[in-house]
Design a protein around this ligand. Structure first.
Ligand SMILES: *Cc1c(COP(=O)(O)O)cnc(C)c1O
Length: 441
């Protein structure tokens, strides 16, 4: 057991006096007391004092090994020194110009060198913004209105992609939120992940009307669900056959599975790529990129409009460049992917050996992992499989792990991430915590 963790190991009676106070104040001035819904959980979320390396510390001084990692961006862990120094230097020169600067070119050139699908990019401020503009660009390029997304696929919180997953693939989309005109999402069609036959049928039924298929190559927002053998190749073949643009939303997988993202890892090249999260080194960013022919439709060269005050801001750009530099220099990705393999193997063993009759399935790829409490421990291949999992059991695990000093994402449907700051000892400590927690849930 790592000394850092054992020094703060507590039972269920973990002290969270200050978090409770802050939560009460927060709920009076912000819906649910949070700035993004997934951060809220019962009875109350801990409030964070600071983060360093693989650890996040709450305001009551409790320490956790962090596998949430801000939902993906922190691939180097919290507050890496080298990134901090690079940002400090940039701060000396100013942090927002509203004019072009060299950093944008450097990051653009870096991305273009790593992603063969990308010849030009546009920087924006979040993944949501990037998918919104990317979809607009696909529509502008093709002159078609419909898009196809994957059931349960998450592309940010804007109207056109917030469509209730699980509704029939052949029916028009139903908004997933109040406040979205149904008119607006009637052009969003859905298909299940890992099923090329349904995709083929929908493309056939809507021939000549579909602008793009947008897909996370590894589903990341219902827990990690990797593509089965040949699925992405089939998606690529079918979209090409129907002259439909293929958009890979690599906001999670970009710079994580491989320097060149899932497209490098699986060897399938889309027409357009969306990046975010890691690309900003922990600061807000979104990127959409494609061939020159497609990207030159974007304003001011072309007629697809897109703009943003904070886009390409020097802080996000500097942090992104430094983060990618470190990832490459340290051969970081093979290292964290190996830690992911170790974690998945250990969790699979724990579930089989628990003797507690726990039905669960361990999923993931690279540095992403998750225990799904699926009926009979059946594999989880898509969104509707994910929905059959026992969310309450997951939350019992979440709380057990939290009181053992391990912070997992507070939802059955979010991915656990490993960072370069996680040591082998951190991983073994975490495996021990799982070993103790799982039989008790
Ligand atoms: C996080 C995420 C987004 C949205 O990015 P934001 O920066 O939160 O707006 C889009 N797509 C995927 C796959 C994501 O994981």
């Amino acid at each position: 057991m790592g000394s850092a963790v054992s020094s703060t190991r507590r039972g269920e009676d973990v002290e969270m006096v200050k978090s409770v106070e802050l939560y009460e104040r927060a709920t009076r001035c912000m819906p649910g007391g949070v700035s993004s819904p997934v951060r809220a959980y019962k009875p109350y979320p801990f409030f964070t004092g600071r983060g360093k390396g693989s650890r996040i510390y709450d305001v009551d001084g409790n320490e956790y090994i962090d596998y949430c990692l801000a939902y993906g961006p922190l691939i180097l862990g919290h507050a890496p020194e080298e990134v901090k120094e690079a940002i400090k230097e940039q701060l000396e020169h100013g942090w927002l110009f509203g004019t072009p600067h060299e950093g944008e070119i450097k990051l653009a050139e870096k991305i273009i060198a790593l992603y063969p699908s990308i010849e030009m990019v546009r920087f924006v401020n979040s993944g949501s913004e990037a998918t919104m503009a990317g979809i607009r660009l696909a529509r502008g390029f093709s002159g078609r209105d419909k898009i196809i997304k994957i059931e349960g696929g998450f592309h940010g919180a804007h109207d056109g992609v917030l469509v209730k997953a699980g509704s029939g693939a052949t029916t028009f989309g139903i908004p997933d939120s109040r406040g979205i005109p149904s008119e607006l999402v009637k052009n969003t069609l859905q298909v299940p992940f890992n099923d090329a036959t349904v995709l083929s049928d929908i493309l056939e039924a809507n021939a000549g009307e579909v602008a793009a298929v947008i897909i996370e190559p590894v589903m990341g927002n219902v827990g990690p669900i990797p593509p089965e053998d040949n699925y992405l190749e089939e998606v690529r073949r079918l979209t090409r056959e129907h002259d439909v643009l293929l958009i890979f939303d690599e906001v999670i997988t970009g710079f994580r599975l491989a320097p060149g993202g899932a497209q490098e890892y699986y060897g399938v090249i889309p027409d357009m790529t969306i990046l975010g999260k890691i690309a900003g080194g922990g600061f807000p960013i979104g990127v959409f990129g494609a061939s020159r022919a497609i990207m030159e439709l974007v304003a001011p060269v072309g007629e697809v409009y897109q703009a943003g005050t904070f886009s390409g801001n020097p802080i996000s750009i500097t942090a992104g460049i430094k983060t990618i530099e470190i990832l490459e220099r340290e051969s970081a990705i093979p290292r964290i992917n190996a830690l992911g393999d170790r974690m998945r193997a250990a969790l699979t063993d724990i579930i089989h050996d628990s003797g507690a009759g726990i039905e669960a399935y361990v999923s993931g790829v690279g540095s992403m992992f998750k225990i799904f409490f699926s009926p009979s421990g059946n594999p989880v291949r898509n969104y509707s499989d994910a929905l059959t999992c026992d969310k309450n059991r997951y939350m019992r695990l979440f709380h057990k792990m939290l009181s053992s000093g391990v912070f997992l994402p507070p939802s059955q449907f979010e991915t656990n991430f490993i960072s370069l700051a996680h040591s082998e000892e951190d991983i073994e400590t975490t495996i021990e915590a799982y070993k103790e927690s799982i039989p008790e849930i």
